[in-house]
Design a protein around this ligand. Structure first.
Ligand SMILES: [Zn+2]
Length: 364
């Protein structure tokens, strides 16, 4: 049993020893004190008000993902697929924690689908694109959960998410409002919105370089010989993880079109140089050729300026979310229309049968 999971059970024993009979609603919660347990339960209970939230929790439970609060972290949350540990920043406010938990739970769900990611073994372009897929998808899913909560009458988690991620939330909301439902187009709009934030993309490029360094320290000779070779096509990852209502929200053609653009194959200037340095010996780069040319030819990568010089993220004006009363009125309208149609059909049938009867009587 890994140490982390053991500590969860130890925690439960401690709490049970203090005569607290109630069991946590999620069996793999880890907590230090009653206040933390209360907050974790609060976040989970909010998520359970949404259909997507319930399915995320159910899958995490199947996967035995350990969930805890963490006070010493800079990020809003994290999920480590190696230890299967999910952390939410203890210092965020509740509404923000709800969106974060949904995002991190989606990561736990993604890795249950068997995606392969290794910064050291994968080709740099594959890894960078696949990393962006799992992040954009987790953000789209967190938006879906918060949007469902807003439809159910609590818009605070959605507004908390919008403060930081309006470029993801607004495109999602606009599609959902236009279509009157949360469908593939809403997820896809949010997913694509993620890529318009170059500052976040730069951060993930930096993370990639860090991961390579970390993996290098503990790699085997065999792994060293195979470094940066593995091809894990972005299309495979998208088809595995990017789904809503049980089906992919991006077709293979849409994925191909989106990820073959120069922008989707670009990394920030500094990381471009790092990757060149990491790969030059391995792939026998020609020193006489310009760096840009070699990187495009050998790795399919382009260089983009630092995020400070890139366009600002695209944030469309959000369409208003229909209020519960409006939605009830529009549902009532639809029901009335269907009823009217049925009544007309019955009336027509009655007319027809009366005519037939009349005709039959005359023919007698
Ligand atoms: Zn993430």
């Amino acid at each position: 049993m890994p140490e982390t999971i053991q500590s969860v059970f130890d925690n439960q024993k401690n709490v049970a020893g203090e005569c607290r009979p109630q069991k946590p609603s999620y069996p793999f919660l880890a907590w230090e004190n009653q206040e933390e347990l209360g907050r974790l339960e609060d976040i989970l209970n909010h998520l359970r008000q949404s259909k997507t939230g319930r399915s995320l929790i159910a899958d995490a439970e199947k996967h035995q993902t350990v969930i805890r609060l963490e006070s010493n972290m800079r990020a809003y949350g994290s999920y480590d697929e190696v230890t299967n540990n999910l952390k939410v920043n203890a210092n965020s406010d509740l509404n923000r924690q709800i969106g974060t938990m949904a995002h991190e739970l989606r990561h736990s769900q993604q890795f249950q689908k068997g995606i392969l990611m290794d910064a050291y073994l994968d080709s740099p372009k594959c890894y960078i694109q696949n990393q962006s897929v799992i992040e954009a998808d987790a953000s789209a899913t967190a938006t879906a959960v918060c949007y469902e909560l807003a439809l159910a009458g609590n818009d605070k988690p959605l507004e908390a998410l919008r403060e930081k991620d309006a470029h993801i939330v607004n495109p999602f909301q606009n599609q959902a409002v236009k279509n009157g439902k949360i469908d593939e187009s809403a997820y896809q709009a949010a997913f694509k919105g993620w890529f318009t934030d170059y500052s976040t993309r730069d951060c993930y490029d930096i993370l990639y370089i860090k991961m390579v360094r970390q993996r290098f320290k503990n790699c085997t000779r065999e792994e060293e010989n195979k470094k940066f070779e593995r091809d894990v096509p972005v299309n495979d990852v998208v088809q595995k993880v990017c789904s809503c209502n049980g089906k992919p929200y991006m077709s293979e053609q849409e994925t191909q079109a989106f990820f073959s653009t120069q922008d989707a194959c670009s990394v920030s200037f500094e990381r471009f140089n790092n990757i060149y340095g990491n790969c030059c010996m391995k792939f026998n780069f020609d020193w006489n050729k310009p760096q840009e040319e070699v990187m495009k030819e050998k790795l399919g990568l382009y260089c983009r300026p630092h995020s400070g010089y890139m366009p600002a993220k695209i944030v469309p004006q959000p369409l208003p979310i229909p209020k519960t009363a409006d939605r009830q009125a529009s549902a009532a309208e639809k029901i009335a229309a269907v009823k009217k149609q049925k009544t007309t059909q019955i009336a027509k049938k009655t007319q027809l049968s009366a005519m037939l009867k009349y005709k039959a009587a005359r023919e007698k």
